[in-house]
Design a protein around this ligand. Structure first.
Ligand SMILES: Cc1ncc(COP(=O)(O)O)c(C=O)c1O
Length: 371
């Protein structure tokens, strides 16, 4: 007897066990003007020079881009004093995080990350056939001892977002070095410094020194945050040459498009624009934190361009209710239930109008307004 069960290709079970990443909302039905404060994008947008470079690329659309992203790697190398041969560019840093998991994990190997670490890590680990292991945080902060305690003979990769999204917390460089010192030499440490440019702390470092002085550290960076180019999908990694070599073997041959390369070069050359974005954030993030804390919402200390807000459990004041209330008024924040933080929302610092508006709306919500 022929089975009646339809025959069809079956994805790997570990892939189907993954919950897809849900991006921050960008629209609200029936609301014309929306302030999107849900994806940590730059309120200042990109450098005008990057926009110009993007437009100038319009007559090149029929041609494949430079598969090696040479001009962009050279511009990054110049800006940070690095060797361009130790840089790889990606279609967003997400692509590079995923490639790293695929290159370094064998089925059944363990990939480690901290409890509230960026959600792409467990997705990338599982998609590569690995087992995602998380280490408990203390006060919404990665904990080096907890991470090291979870290292086993099967651990092959450790992802650390520094600063972390969605918590906004960071590890001082001495702690990152302690983590590195405690890892076996065959375990790769990935330092995801997507928000590095926003950090103004003397004890912070993105990780360049650690990459330069070891064989098992990679630093990833992005143009999606302070450079205001999230739409173009540009990330990069700085890594020891053998790791760059391995990644280059498996990445898409033209993984970064020509407009992205051109705009990325212009963006990194416009240091003034990055400074302006950092200054805007330094002006507004503390203001938002102070104003919101006064309303009885707990605000986690953040060195990024966003705040994690913890709402009371009281009916009428919960995070889910706040999310609905704010959305209905055109302020779109990020629900973080998928991170195991159902009582929290994440708020990106926006333009002045958005910042003042969201604080006023939150004040109305916390003092009684519900509908
Ligand atoms: C910590 C962290 N790493 C990486 C990324 C991904 O950035 P990209 O746009 O470069 O893929 C994000 C974006 O939200 C992030 O928050």
């Amino acid at each position: 007897m022929v089975s009646s069960k339809p025959v069809r290709p079956e994805p790997r079970a570990e892939v189907m066990a993954i919950d897809a990443y849900v991006p921050g909302k960008s629209a609200v039905a029936g609301i014309a003007k929306v302030h999107k404060l849900s994806s940590n994008e730059s309120p200042l947008g990109p450098s005008p020079r990057a926009i110009e470079a993007f437009r100038a690329n319009a007559d090149q659309l029929a041609m494949y881009p430079d598969g090696a992203s040479r001009l962009l790697r050279e511009a990054i190398a110049k800006r940070f004093g690095l060797d361009a041969e130790q840089i790889i560019c990606g279609n967003g840093s997400d692509e590079l995080l995923s490639l790293l998991a695929h290159v370094f994990l064998r089925p059944g190997d363990e990939g480690l990350y901290s409890q509230y670490g960026f959600l792409e890590y467990p997705i990338a680990i599982r998609a590569a056939g690995g087992i995602a292991v998380s280490a408990e945080e203390v006060d919404l902060k990665a904990n080096v001892d907890a991470l090291l305690a979870k290292v086993t003979a099967k651990t092959k990769i450790v992802f650390l977002a520094n600063p972390n999204n969605p918590t906004g917390s960071y590890l001082p460089f001495a702690e990152v070095k302690r983590l590195h010192a405690g890892l076996p030499g065959d375990v790769l440490l990935v330092l995801d410094a997507a928000y590095a440019e926003y950090v103004a702390r003397n004890d912070y470092a993105a990780g360049i020194e650690l990459v330069s002085t070891s064989q098992n550290v990679v630093m990833t960076r992005t143009f999606s945050k302070i450079y205001g180019l999230a739409n173009l999908r540009i990330g990069w990694a700085y890594a020891p040459a053998p790791i760059i070599d391995a990644l280059n073997r498996v990445r898409g041959p033209f993984n970064v498009n020509g407009a992205a390369i051109a705009a990325g070069v212009a963006a990194i050359e416009d240091a003034g624009h990055v400074d302006a974005a950092a200054a805007h954030n330094a002006r507004w993030l503390p203001w938002l934190a102070d104003e919101i804390a006064k309303l009885g919402v707990e605000v986690a200390p953040s060195v990024g361009n966003f705040l994690l807000l913890r709402f009371p459990a009281t009916a009428g004041k919960t995070a889910a209710e706040a999310d609905r209330y704010l959305s209905a008024r055109g302020f779109v924040l990020r629900a973080v239930g998928a991170y195991g933080l159902p009582d929290c929302l994440r708020l990106t610092a926006g333009v002045e109008e958005a910042n003042r508006g969201v604080v006023a709306a939150l004040a109305a919500f916390m003092t009684g307004g519900r509908s």
